[in-house]
Design a protein around this ligand. Structure first.
Ligand code: FAD
Length: 459
């Protein structure tokens, strides 16, 4: 049997190597540290946590990342075992002792009889004789490998910076205020002419919004992280600082749109939301990439009419991040369309976060092991957290072509907006009004119960 080559011994790569080896494959894990390091890593340990020591909420009944923890545990995840072993008191969150955690992973990999660890950089495309490769080199993939991947996929399929517009949960938008219409009613490649949701602003609302942007505190860049601003994707606060009218002539221009509730009054400015997932549960605020600090950012975005009660699946940001336009270039089994011997895992596939990177590593490792046995393994259904993430990055339930123009692919944490909707009914014996907080809780419980049931069937 050909060995599985895993490139990158971070969270995804360590999990992938472990899963492939536990499934019976021989694995060679190539990690470049300490021969060459990244701007964020500080040790030579496998699965180093480059920043916070938190795996976020551990509540698997009501939180999507908590659910992902539970699914990973049920799938024999090495990363979760290490995290549980080195957990620190952190309320409902799972926080870990970072050194104990990484040492645990390093030792488990070193002790596995079917894993060989090589400390070397893979500085270009893997040699042709490697037939089963997992690339899990993370957001700080070394430049020679990133360039080689970029030439293989086409320049526009590999991003080096992440200019993120905020994403809103669709069920928190006020549909009494917004209306659906594309500019000049133009149908897009996959659209109807009513593909955008529009939030109208009066002159007074626009001025208050610009004033808030001008004084909002910003995230500072790290020295090595200096991100060049491209005129095509300037942060909104930078646009506002260039002139009071700039936004009104940019992403907030009020042309080609008519508010059906008030057709004679022209809005002074309009914010547009574009559907962000196939299910229509997530909407991104078009052209609203921003460096505003998170708390203040949410408050300022809620000044937009129609978004007063918005909940955000993801807030905006601007980061150093190497990631693929996965829905376009990856197949459902995470292999590259242009060279199917290469499979991708971790943050480089366009998921975001320690746990999410681990999750894609787990699936990639199992798929690669199945391939080395000449078998194919179905990925988990999209009703599970693992499957929802894979569907998000590979375009699961939409044809890949539909993604090429209509949708901007942005890295994302796992969240309930990625799951197929569930229908819920008021519990028998419930007296009085069924409050929206109770409904939300019931919805989350229905999604997480269904996920764990479907995961068991898949396992
Ligand atoms: P990594 O863990 O980065 O692993 C990739 C590995 O590949 C590294 O060990 C690297 O040395 C190696 N490598 C790279 N190129 C090569 C090559 N050519 N040959 C061989 N080896 C190579 N997420 C959170 O949930 N919480 C946070 O607080 C958080 N903070 C972050 C801070 C920064 C500065 C960055 C960049 C990201 C952060 N993330 C955070 C996002 C993400 O979760 C982490 O980057 C996570 O480590 C990604 O896991 P990974 O396995 O995909 O990549």
């Amino acid at each position: 049997n050909q060995p599985v080559h895993v490139i990158g011994g971070g969270l995804a790569g360590s999990e992938a190597a472990w899963q492939a080896a536990e499934s019976g494959a021989t694995v060679i894990l190539h990690e470049m540290r300490p021969v060459r390091t990244t701007d964020a890593h500080q040790t030579e340990s496998l699965a180093e946590l480059v920043c916070s020591n938190s795996f976020r909420s551990d509540d698997y009944r009501h939180n999507a990342v908590g659910l992902l923890h539970e699914e990973l545990r049920r799938c024999n995840s090495l990363i979760m075992r290490a995290a549980d072993h080195h957990a620190l008191p952190a309320g409902g969150a799972l926080a870990v002792d970072r050194h104990g955690f990484s040492d645990f992973v390093s030792q488990a990999i070193a002790a596995h009889p079917r894993i060989e660890l090589r400390r070397e950089e893979i500085a270009g495309l893997p040699p042709a004789e490697w037939q089963n490769v997992i690339i899990a080199t993370g957001p700080l993939t070394s430049p020679p490998l990133a360039e080689a991947i970029g030439s293989l996929t086409g320049e526009d399929a590999l991003a080096f910076f992440d200019a993120i517009a905020p994403i809103v949960h669709g069920d928190t938008i006020d549909y009494d205020i917004v209306w659906a219409q594309s500019r000049y009613d133009k149908p897009g490649p996959a659209g109807t002419g009513a593909d955008y949701l529009n939030c109208p602003m009066t002159e007074q609302q626009y001025n208050a919004f610009v004033n808030a942007l001008l004084v909002a505190p910003l995230h500072e860049f790290k020295e090595w992280e200096k991100v060049p601003y491209f005129d095509g994707c300037l942060p909104i606060e930078v646009m506002a600082s260039r002139g009071r009218e700039t936004l009104r002539h940019g992403p907030m221009k009020p042309v080609g749109l008519t508010n059906p509730r008030d057709p004679l009054v022209k809005p002074y400015a309009i914010v547009q939301l574009r559907q962000d997932n196939a299910l229509g549960t997530l909407w991104n605020i078009v052209g609203f990439q921003t460096k505003m600090r998170y708390g203040v950012q949410a408050d300022i975005l809620r000044m937009i009419p129609g978004l007063e009660n918005a909940q955000f699946a993801r807030l905006g940001g601007l980061h150093r991040n190497t990631f693929l336009n996965s829905p376009k270039v990856l197949q459902p089994d995470l292999t590259l369309r242009a060279d199917p011997r290469l499979r991708f895992a971790g943050q480089v596939t366009g998921v975001e976060g320690y746990v999410e990177s681990t999750a894609v590593g787990l699936i990639a490792g199992r798929l690669a092991a199945a391939e080395s046995r000449g078998e194919t393994l179905p990925t988990p259904p999209p009703s599970t957290a693992l499957g929802a993430l894979i569907a998000h990055i590979t375009g699961g339930h939409l044809e890949a072509e539909a993604y090429s123009g209509a949708r901007s692919f942005q890295p994302m944490n796992v969240n309930f907006g990625l799951f197929p909707p569930v229908s819920i009914t008021k519990p028998e014996g419930h007296v009085g009004r069924w409050k929206s907080t109770e409904k939300t809780l019931a919805k989350k419980e229905a999604i997480t119960s269904r996920a764990l049931q479907d995961l068991e069937a898949w396992r």
